[in-house]
Design a binder for this molecule. Structure first.
Ligand SMILES: Nc1nc2c(ncn2[C@@H]2O[C@H](COP(=O)(O)OP(=O)(O)OP(=O)(O)O)[C@@H](O)[C@H]2O)c(=O)[nH]1
Ligand SMILES: [Mg+2]
Length: 464
């Protein structure tokens, strides 16, 4: 059967991705396509040997054509050839010089790769010039820019390998400005970062103004996809916390709790968090490369540190044992639930009310009455809080790829940021609904609590 051809509302914008060999051109395209099968990537120079085209779509509309090109190797020798050639030709526009060179390409077998780049540059609307900022600005780069600018196309420098290299980045910015290239982009190319991608399309909007609308449609559709990924992730976190908050295991009373009970509860918590982690990595298509780059405390798809490991509470600014069952091992994550209210939560609530002994007495009475009924072992508030904080940090890291090294301060403050004000109230409400365990319900109360947590998680920076 014949393949139906997609019809596009726009003429795709042709973008040539150019630069020195090994600068990260193919990596950039993979990242923009979110396709780690595109092209070949290697530490060795000269990996890409042919022009390779790929498309970026919004729905059925192809907005961009990206052309991967081989890297420049000996640009200084090429510039010399071009200068010699210009002497033998009539005075012409720089672009004519490039055309003349391409027409005589057979005479210059040493520049087979460069000829492909120049041909593609002439045949494109804009050039993305990928730069490894760790490299000193040597003559060969100066010559590269000079050659590329002869194509007469807008050039957008894309600074790569920027993490931890801010001084080098500044130098490169200054150098590019010398060539009248004032608009530039910072983009660690192996790591997808929605904000960086958006900035790339916005810069293209200002460089090729007549394609503004097509690029805006692309930005809008990417924004929509991005928001729905964030929502899906936040919903998954809420589901996991619900499963943990609603967990209960019937016991006789405090003295009746066995090692087996505690181990079963802890394994349940670990497994719930583990499944959520795997789903979050899948939602954001995190590969091992991303995990390493972002320095996630994750190995082989699992958390490196156990949720019950000592010190975990402190790392996240929590006071271990404050709400844990008195007399039981602090930090074991256990609490007792009587009459629908956990002992830890009752004590905590009493303290939070600030009413001293009067409140405590009130709850004691309530608890005593409930004690006669069922008693359950459940997961304490501190552990649930820790689970929330750990997933909040994970979500932060998953949605801000490529920023690990640059923003370490910001990440540290993210860890210590306090729990939302209504946090304990929400957990208490979740605990009242053991029927929500393992289900996704349309129950209005469930939806309301879910929305509350979604707001906290997706308005990450503002939540308090
Ligand atoms: N850490 C890090 N590595 C990167 C980044 N971008 C590219 N790399 C690595 O740099 C190497 C070269 O990347 P490529 O994408 O193959 O570079 P290229 O410009 O296409 O190279 P040629 O095709 O040979 O011209 C690969 O090993 C990449 O994994 C980055 O932002 N951070
Ligand atoms: Mg390449």
């Amino acid at each position: 059967m014949a393949k139906t051809k997609r019809t596009s509302r726009y003429r795709p914008i042709k973008v040539a991705v150019v630069g020195h060999t090994n600068a990260g051109k193919t990596s950039l395209i993979r990242t923009l396509l979110r396709d780690d099968r595109f092209g070949d990537i290697d530490d060795a120079a000269g990996t890409t040997r042919y022009i390779e085209k790929s498309g970026i779509y919004t729905g059925d509309d192809e907005v961009l054509n990206l052309f991967d090109t081989p890297g420049f190797e000996d640009s200084s020798a090429l510039l010399q050839v071009l200068e010699d050639l210009s002497k033998s030709l009539q005075a012409r526009l720089p672009v004519d010089l490039l055309r003349a060179f391409i027409a005589q390409a057979d005479d210059f077998p040493d520049f087979v790769q460069e000829t492909k780049v120049l041909r593609q540059s002439l045949n494109s609307d804009v050039l993305l010039y990928v730069i490894d900022v760790r490299e000193p600005f040597l003559g060969k780069y100066r010559d590269e820019v000079e050659i590329l600018s002869k194509a007469g196309k807008p050039i957008l420098p894309v600074f790569n390998f920027i993490a931890g290299n801010s001084a080098a980045l500044k130098r490169w910015r200054e150098q590019m400005a010398q060539f009248n290239l004032h608009a530039a982009l910072e983009f660690d190319t192996v790591a997808f970062d929605f904000e960086a991608e958006k900035r790339l399309y916005q810069k293209l909007q200002s460089l090729i103004e007549d394609r503004y609308d097509a690029l805006q449609a692309l930005i809008d559709s990417r924004q929509k996809i991005w928001s729905s990924l964030n929502q899906a992730a936040a919903r998954r976190i809420f589901q996991m916390l619900t499963d943990v908050a609603c967990y209960r295991r019937e016991v006789q009373d405090k003295s009746g709790i066995t090692q087996t009970d505690v181990a079963a509860m802890q394994d349940y918590v670990r497994e719930a968090e583990q499944h959520a982690l795997q789903d979050l990595l899948t939602i954001f298509a995190f590969t091992q490369v991303d995990v390493d780059l972002q320095q996630l405390p994750v190995r082989d798809g699992k958390w490196e540190l156990d949720i019950f490991s000592p010190g975990m509470f402190k790392t996240f600014g929590l006071n271990a044992g404050a709400t844990a069952l008195k007399g039981a091992a602090a930090g074991a994550g256990i609490d007792l639930m009587v009459g629908g209210l956990s002992l830890g939560a009752a004590t905590m609530l009493g303290a939070a009310l600030g009413a001293g002994w009067a409140a405590a007495r009130r709850y004691q009475q309530e608890l005593k009455a409930a004690w006669r009924g069922h008693v359950w072992l459940c997961v304490d508030d501190t552990t649930i809080s820790l689970l929330y904080l750990r997933q909040r940090k994970l979500l932060h890291d998953l949605t801000r790829r490529g920023h690990a090294a640059q923003n370490s301060l910001q990440l540290a403050s993210n860890i210590k940021r306090p729990l939302p004000k209504q946090w304990h109230k929400l957990i208490k409400e979740l605990r009242q609904h053991p029927e929500w365990l393992g289900t996704l319900t349309t129950d209005a109360e469930y939806q309301k609590l879910q929305q509350q947590m979604l707001d906290w998680l997706t308005n990450d920076e503002n939540a308090s």
